[in-house]
Structure formats: structure tokens, C-alpha cells
Design a protein. Structure first.
Length: 203
């Protein structure tokens, strides 16, 4: 496992990062997230989020804390981050990512037919981040996420783990969208972030 420090000033924040920060549940990552957002406010960093985030802000589940009202939270997000709403081409990529074969290495070694699909929300966020990286031209973009489905020891869990996509990528050699997702820099938002393992050859 390679441990690297977040080295870019351009970040795509997975919804989990924003929601945990809003709820004060970021743990040891709190200071780094606060730094990113504070510097974004004064244009020292650039931050993008997927507009799918707003679909997760259910009024009935909102609990006042860091933000007194849901309106205050949404205004804060709009002020600091550039919202990315997938266009039809990006949504077609979402469909292809969900259609790709994702399977744990152990299952492949055992020639198991078991495979997993990327969730709709995660595919939308990955596709949106790839749009920023490719269409806008941000090669050093960092995709920051908390991944509850990664096992504590860093090994793949029972659900597709975004931090370890290369461990699930069956079609990495033939599928351009899978290859792009694997090549996307994915990190936990820590000062000394835990990066994905050294990736498999992607041609």
C-alpha cells in the first residue's frame, strides 16, 4: 500500500466527504477538509462536487449542527464548489461503468461468476470527476472520498470500493471507461492520505 500526501490543489469531493463534514463526522480528516474548503473560498484551491449531492439532502433527515438550516448548507456548497451536472454523454458513461464487470481478485482466481455493479450514485460521481479531468483539462485532479465499504486492512470488502477499483477491474485492458476510472487519482481526504494501491498495468 502506498501512502502519499495530497499534493494537488484541485479536488473533486465525493458526496460522502461533504455530508460527513456537514455533520461533523469527518474524524481525523476534519482539519484537512476544512483547509481545502477554506482555501477554496479564497481561490487558492478549486473544488468540484456532483449535483447528485443535492438529491441526498432530504429535509426530513437534516439535523442542525455545523449548519443551522438546510438552506445555509446548500448556499455554502454553491459558494465554494463548482457543481457538475452530467450531460447526456456523461450519463452514457455512467451506464457503461455500471455495465462493466467488477469482480474481486479472489473471485477471479477461483473462476467465480460473481461480479458486482457500481452503484448509480458512485458511477455518476466518477463520471462527473472524469468529465472535469478530461473535458476541462485537470490532469492532477484528486477524487476525495470516504469509502465505508473498504475493509479496515485496505482489502476489498463485500461492495465495490472506490478507493480500490483496480482490484475489481476485470475489463481494465479492453474497456476505456474502466481504464479511465482506475487511472483517476482516488484518495481519502487526510493530510497523509491513503491512496489506492499501485495500479495494475492499463496499457
Amino acid at each position: 500500500m502506498t501512502l502519499i500526501a495530497s499534493s494537488s490543489d484541485k479536488h473533486f469531493l465525493h458526496s460522502s466527504v461533504v455530508l460527513r463534514h456537514a455533520n461533523g463526522e469527518s474524524g481525523e480528516a476534519e482539519q484537512h477538509i476544512e483547509t481545502i474548503l477554506t482555501e477554496a473560498a479564497v481561490h487558492k484551491r478549486r473544488v468540484w462536487v456532483s449535483s447528485v449531492l443535492f438529491a441526498q439532502l432530504r429535509p426530513s433527515t437534516f439535523v442542525p449542527g455545523r449548519f443551522a438550516t438546510l438552506f445555509e448548507l446548500t448556499r455554502y456548497i454553491r459558494a465554494l464548489a463548482t457543481l457538475v451536472t452530467p450531460d447526456p454523454n456523461a450519463m452514457l458513461r455512467v451506464a457503461r461503468l455500471r455495465d462493466a464487470r467488477w469482480q474481486m481478485s479472489a473471485d477471479r482466481n477461483e473462476k467465480s461468476e460473481k461480479s458486482q455493479a457500481m452503484s448509480l450514485g458512485d458511477a455518476m460521481e466518477i463520471s462527473s470527476a472524469l468529465w472535469v479531468k478530461e473535458a476541462i483539462g485537470v490532469p492532477d485532479l484528486e477524487f476525495l472520498t470516504f469509502d465505508n465499504w473498504c475493509a479496515p486492512d485496505g482489502e476489498p470488502g463485500n461492495r465495490l470500493c472506490l478507493l480500490h477499483l483496480q482490484d475489481y477491474a476485470v475489463d481494465v485492458g479492453a474497456n476505456a471507461d474502466v481504464k479511465a476510472a482506475v487511472r483517476l487519482t482516488r484518495l481519502e481526504p487526510l493530510v497523509h492520505a491513503q491512496a489506492y494501491p499501485d495500479s495494475v498495468p492499463v496499457g
